[in-house]
Design a protein around this ligand. Structure first.
Ligand code: PA5
Length: 461
């Protein structure tokens, strides 16, 4: 890897033999589909088609986001209200690029504001967040593409009322930023009515693909993340993927192809296992991206989030010796965080640990990754090793663009629309019905009928 390397993919052990064989020649045979998929993504993105806009996010003008983030950075705390694609990307960026335990770090050392995410509808969580805030120096960002999601609406109603009660209408308005569609939903009229600050979520970008838009960038910038580097990494990745026309040179084609071929051979579980704590949230973000984008029409590949080395001591038994229904990606960071050299201990009882003395903690973790990949390979399980040279904003931007592209291409290979989410909308509509929203009576009735079926057989102990 040289200093310009964005990522590398080792996939010699990603093939299988026997009845459910997946061979390199199968991957090569998909070349025309990769090419047509790439054209499909780029043509629709350039025409501004619904859902395809993420492909161009890295090259869009972000001045208004940066300007607003400067004000946000002066706050003591930020609360973001949003869920799914309006939350997971932020948590992923912060988890990867900020020091761990961010909110616990003393202000002088931390620099940027504390950050709280209000995503689930949980009274305990929301109350606890509010109690940790000084309303005067807080900002609340409410993010919703549709501007109607019940969880986000409920959580925002809570914080909005608290702000209004404490600071009055004008004080509350000054502290709220709305990120939503330019005209859909109830949040845009709320902006017009109250005059609070707002940003427009690009129309052609779907929730789970929106991390490199104002959804992810606003809080990231305010917390001190170098968003220009993030975007330049994503743009550089896109340039690489756009210009490589051969399977051998295009890691995204290889990754999508392997996931597709294994899915077709009943390995329809896709395990992403980073050996880097800061990438734990990356798996959460990936799980939504992958699951919601390609789980369609009776097809799909189930994303599984694992974290090395923790899951090495929890899931590897299943992964190596359970059913052969998974495709694995082990993700490592070549040059980890500032290292710890393991100290020698004087106690006699520890003599047998001398093999660790003086060794690097980062090296130990990367050896664990190699051990897991080898154990999987020995068991005949398909495994790819993805590696980034270091975890900085540029490489993370590249990795985000890479996985978004892989997901879009996977949708093309499967002939499903990766940019809609009818299953999610169904759940939202049922919730509206149950909560008594007008126009959703039929949905409420349907839930009652389905619930009656669920409760038809009941056992209580
Ligand atoms: O990817 C998607 O579209 C969804 O998962 C949304 O992100 C999620 O449902 C939240 O929707 P919204 O941003 O409209 O409130």
């Amino acid at each position: 890897m040289n200093e310009k390397t964005l990522l590398s993919l080792a996939y010699g052990a990603a093939f299988t033999a026997g009845e459910r064989a997946v061979a390199f020649s199968d991957l090569e045979a998909l070349a025309p589909c990769f090419k047509s998929g790439d054209e499909w993504l780029r043509k629709n993105a350039s025409e501004g088609k619904d859902g395809f806009g993420w492909l161009n996010l890295a090259k869009r003008n972000v001045d208004d986001i940066q300007t607003l983030s400067r004000w946000l950075a002066t706050r003591e705390s930020i609360v973001q209200v949003g869920i799914g694609g309006s939350a997971l990307g932020n948590l992923m960026l912060h988890g990867a690029l900020l020091p761990p335990y961010w909110n616990e770090i003393p202000k002088a050392k931390r620099g940027g504001p504390r950050f709280f995410m209000s995503d689930n509808v949980d009274p305990g969580d929301n109350r606890a967040i509010w109690e940790l805030l000084n309303p005067e120096s807080t900002a609340v960002i409410v993010v919703s593409k549709s501007g109607s999601t019940a969880e986000t609406a409920a959580n925002f109603l809570f914080f909005w009322e608290k702000l209004r009660d404490t600071l009055g209408e004008a004080g509350a308005r000054e502290r709220v930023i709305v990120v939503t569609d330019k005209d859909k939903g109830i949040l845009r009229p709320f902006v017009d009515e109250t005059g609070c600050k707002s940003l427009i979520l690009p129309e052609d970008v779907g929730g789970r693909f929106s991390v490199l838009s104002c959804v992810g960038l606003l809080s990231a910038w305010a917390l001190g993340i170098d968003c220009n580097a993030l975007l330049s990494g994503a743009a550089a990745m896109d340039d690489c993927l756009a210009k490589t026309n051969s399977v051998l040179d295009n890691p995204a084609w290889i990754m999508a192809g392997l996931a597709y071929l294994h899915m077709k051979k009943d390995r329809n579980i896709n395990v992403l296992m980073p050996y880097a704590d800061p990438l734990e949230r990356f798996c959460e973000w990936f799980a939504q991206l992958w699951g919601e984008s390609i789980g369609k029409d009776g097809q799909g590949s189930t994303p599984v989030r694992a974290l090395g080395a923790i899951d090495q001591h929890s899931q590897i038994q299943l992964y190596t010796s359970g059913p052969d229904d998974k495709f694995f990606t082990i993700l490592t960071v070549a040059q980890g965080q500032k290292d710890i050299a393991l100290p020698a201990a004087p106690e006699k009882a520890f003599e047998k640990l001398s093999y660790l003395y003086g060794k690097s903690m980062n090296e130990l973790r990367n050896f664990e990754a190699a051990a897991t990949a080898s154990a999987l390979s020995k068991a005949g399980r398909p495994v790819a090793a993805l590696s980034i040279p270091l975890l900085d904003a540029c490489r993370l931007g590249g990795l985000i663009q890479f996985y978004e592209y892989v997901t879009g291409l996977m949708g093309h290979l499967m002939q499903v629309n990766p940019f809609d989410q009818p299953g999610v909308e169904q759940g939202k509509d049922y919730t509206y019905g149950l909560m008594g929203r007008s126009g959703f009576d039929a949905q409420a009735q349907e839930v009652r009928t389905l619930s009656a079926k669920i409760n038809e057989r009941l056992v209580t102990v």
